[in-house]
Structure formats: C-alpha cells, structure tokens
Design a protein around this ligand. Structure first.
Ligand SMILES: NC(=O)c1ccc[n+]([C@@H]2O[C@H](COP(=O)([O-])OP(=O)(O)OC[C@H]3O[C@@H](n4cnc5c(N)ncnc54)[C@H](OP(=O)(O)O)[C@@H]3O)[C@@H](O)[C@H]2O)c1
Length: 314
C-alpha cells in the first residue's frame, strides 16, 4: 500500500482550522455519517444547509445539534425528498434564492439494500432514483452557484461499486428483470462515483477548473442504513459484522476531507485505507478500472440527461 499523504493516522478533522465564512449544503443529516459531518462542519463555524425529506426529523436534528454545540450555530433545513424529482427541483430553487454561496455540496443521503423491487414516482428503481438520479438533478441545478463559489461537489459512494454487476445495466436500468437488492444498490453507488469522474473530464474540457468533483465512501460504518431499509437477513449480517466496523463519526471523515481539504487530487477515490477499505486511516486508495470505464461514463451521463431532462450549464 502506498503511504498515506496525511501521515499514519490518515486524514482527520483536526486538519480543519476554521470554516468561518464557508457554506456547506449536505443531503441526509438526520442520522449516520451525514449527521456527524454536519456536526463537525458546524463545530468549525461553517454555515450548514441540510437537505432532508422529513421536517420533524430535521427539526429534531437541529435541536440536538444546538444542544451539543450551542445556539449560535448557523444551521437550517430545506425539505427535499431525493425520491421525487419535483421535490429536488423545488429545494434547488429555494437554495438558489436563499443561499449566497456553496463551498461544497455533499451528496450523502441514500437508501440501501431495499428488499423488494420498486419504482420512484418518476419511474426509476428506488435506489437508482434516490441515490443517483436525485443527486444528479440536485448537482446539475446547483452547479451555477457552486461554480460562482469556486466550490466542490462531493459524492458519497460505497465499496459496493465493486460488487454487483460492476457496470451499468443500460438495457434494464430499473431492474425489471433479475432484481437483487445488492445489485441495484451497487449499481446506484457505481453510478454516483462514475459521474464524478465524468464530471471532472467535462469541467476540464470546458476549462472550468475552479469547480472540483470528488468521489469517496465511508467504509463500513455503524449507521441506520441497513436498519432503515435492509431485509432481516442483511440486518443479521450487518449485526454480525459489527466488530469489523467503525463509528459513524469516522465514516464522515472521507466526505469532510473531500469537502474541505485544499489541493486534493480529484482523480483519486477516498475512504478508509485499512482492511477491505472498511476501516482504518482515511486517504486515497485503489479504485478498480471499471469505475473509470470512459465509454460507460459517457453513456451514463447522456442517459442521465435524457432521463432527468437536466442539462448542466458546463
Ligand atoms: N454505513 C455504511 O457502512 C456505508 C457503507 C457504504 C456506503 N455508505 C453510504 O454512506 C452514506 C450515508 O449513509 P449512512 O450509512 O449514514 O446511512 P443512514 O444513517 O441511513 O443515513 C441516510 C440519510 O439519508 C437520508 N435519506 C434517505 N432517503 C432519502 C430521500 N429519499 N431523500 C432525502 N434524504 C434521504 C436519511 O433520511 P431519513 O432519516 O429521512 O431516512 C438519512 O438522513 C450513503 O450514501 C450510503 O450509501 C454507507
């Protein structure tokens, strides 16, 4: 393994001095890595705009954060359900109206391992619709403000990118045939990662090098992910895996690093660098070539434009 650029301990939030004057927009902060990331950003005096689907949970989250960090923190929630394109568009509109700058958009929210096949209201397989198309639309609509802010887009992927069929099932994107929870989840996470590498190429071609795009993942972290959606079997498997996993706080480090660390190489994949990339010091690590298959990346982008109707102003 190559040496970690941040030393033996890897990247930790100690590297962040202050985030005063910076604004972060983050999806899915009611639990898990999103909650921990928001908390650390706020503890460094950043402004945080959370995007959550459940207003009651969002209000409780804000109350908890204020209890833990003090009433002075600058945190708000805008309602957004990634499963509904109209909701994503409405939230983006509100952000563009009310938020002056975006130093980083962190695409953290997700559903995983949904046992039964199902479609979102817009007609996509649930995990593809929420994790990928929801974020694709959000990113595309917020891009002008991110560009104006010389900001970043951070996509929280998964080592699942290297499970499942390891490509995009273009001839059956919505898994009408042969649905398995893991294959569909893995495809959605692969799509999230691939779209970051494709975006990098598009930005480079257009000479828009002030905007950065990063792909990362939280390893295996103790969050609500499997408990919210997974089958009983998945819940048992994750319970048994517990000794091999890390805290949600540590799981938040890769996305925090990608959102804040200066001079980070966009072409890398960031996450824990220990065994199986589940835990360990955070840094860059190997990514398998299928995640950067240019022909698939280009096709995915074209399909995403067509499916969502969102064409980025690049
Ligand atoms: N935990 C792991 O080991 C692991 C491994 C690999 C990758 N990841 C990735 O890490 C990220 C964070 O997940 P986590 O483990 O922290 O899971 P989590 O605790 O379940 O948090 C997921 C968050 O996403 C939100 N969310 C789900 N569906 C949404 C929708 N339709 N619209 C808006 N928000 C929605 C949830 O909100 P509600 O409260 O409303 O449900 C929650 O705030 C995900 O991208 C996941 O794929 C996690």
């Amino acid at each position: 393994m190559s040496t970690n650029q941040f030393g033996k301990k890897g990247w930790t939030p100690e590297r962040i001095k202050t985030l005063k004057g910076k604004t972060f927009v983050i999806t899915g902060t009611t639990s898990g890595t999103g909650f921990e990331a928001a908390k650390i950003l706020l503890s460094k005096d950043a402004k945080v705009v959370m995007l959550n689907r459940n207003p009651k949970k969002a209000a409780d989250t804000i109350a908890t954060l204020k209890e833990e960090l003090g009433n002075h923190i600058d945190v708000t929630n805008i309602k957004m359900d990634l499963a509904v394109q109209a909701s994503v568009k409405k939230a983006a509109e509100e952000i563009l109206k009310t938020v002056n700058q975006i130093d980083a958009l962190i695409c953290n929210a997700a559903i995983a391992q949904t046992p039964k096949h199902g479609l979102t209201i817009d007609g996509w397989e649930n995990q593809m619709g929420v994790n990928y198309f929801g974020h694709y639309t959000l990113q595309g609509l917020l891009f002008p403000l991110i560009e104006k802010s010389k900001g970043r887009i951070v996509s929280v992927g998964s080592m699942g990118y290297n499970m499942g069929i390891k490509t995009i099932k273009f001839d059956d994107l919505n898994w009408e045939k042969d649905y398995t929870p893991n294959n569909a989840y893995s495809q959605s996470k692969l799509a999230q990662i691939m779209s970051m590498y494709e975006l990098q190429d598009k930005l480079k071609e257009a000479g828009k090098t002030d905007v950065k795009a990063y792909a990362c993942h939280p390893g295996a972290s103790r969050t609500n992910l499997i408990n919210s959606n997974g089958s009983l079997m998945m819940k048992i498997i994750f319970y048994l895996m517990k000794p091999l996993t890390q805290s949600a706080e540590k799981g938040a480090y890769p996305q925090l690093m990608c959102a804040t660390e200066p001079n980070l190489d966009q072409t890398q994949f960031y996450g824990p660098t220990g065994r199986s990339n589940w835990t360990g010091p955070v840094g860059a690590h190997k990514i398998e070539p299928h995640a950067k298959d240019k022909a698939i990346m280009e096709k995915l982008w074209a399909v995403s434009e067509k499916e969502t109707g969102i064409v980025w102003a690049i």
